[in-house]
Write a protein that binds this ligand. Structure first.
Ligand SMILES: [Zn+2]
Length: 193
């Protein structure tokens, strides 16, 4: 599966058409709460199929190879790993939180502290993909709560797929509010521009 090495926004990682990595318009207008987003590849083809099989078809054994892809992404130095939480309802439906499994694996790989309870999703939300940008922001407002265990730490926040960065932004905001020093986002894939 190909690692994406093309031009991207130097904050949110959005793949860019321009040959240079610069800051995208959205990040210029409103800087996300996280410092920078990193990901392995684009959400398409085989990587997309593997992530969806892992996430929706509960093919748990895909967790290890996908975590290995994550470990190939170069990351800045950090202290701990947290994961984007899902609601209790999603865990009941799916049996597990895919980001939490990936986060645990990556923390072991990098020898970092794992904070499985750093973030909590306080209510069920509408799927972000079904909403426009304004609705997306509203949909997630105040949804994520962070624990004091994040205090003073540089945190790698693990997600499976970055779509608009809105979820990552809100999670990072909660972590910073709880005292985190800095938040980086690490995902398997980014939706293509
Ligand atoms: Zn950007």
């Amino acid at each position: 599966m190909p690692l994406y090495e093309g031009p991207r926004c130097n904050i949110c990682g959005e793949p860019l058409v321009s040959p240079h990595s610069v800051t995208c318009q959205r990040c210029i207008e409103k800087r996300p709460a996280f410092t920078k987003a990193f990901y392995y590849g684009l959400y398409s083809d085989a990587l997309k199929e593997a992530i969806n099989a892992f996430k929706f078809s509960k093919v748990r054994r895909l967790g290890a190879p996908l975590a290995r892809l994550l470990s190939l992404v170069e990351m800045p130095e950090a202290d701990a790993v947290a994961a984007v939480p899902v609601s209790k309802k999603s865990i009941l439906a799916r049996g597990f939180n895919q980001s939490l499994l990936l986060g645990k694996a990556i923390s072991e790989e990098k020898g970092l502290e794992f904070l499985p309870h750093a973030l909590l999703k306080t209510r069920t939300t509408l799927p972000q993909s079904s909403l426009n940008r304004e609705q997306r922001l509203k949909n997630l407002r105040g949804v994520f709560k962070a624990d004091a265990c994040a205090d003073g730490l540089r945190i790698i926040l693990v997600d499976d797929v970055i779509t608009t960065c809105t979820t990552a932004h809100h999670c990072a905001k909660a972590l910073l509010k709880a005292g985190a020093k800095e938040v980086f986002v690490l995902a398997l894939a980014r939706t293509p521009a």
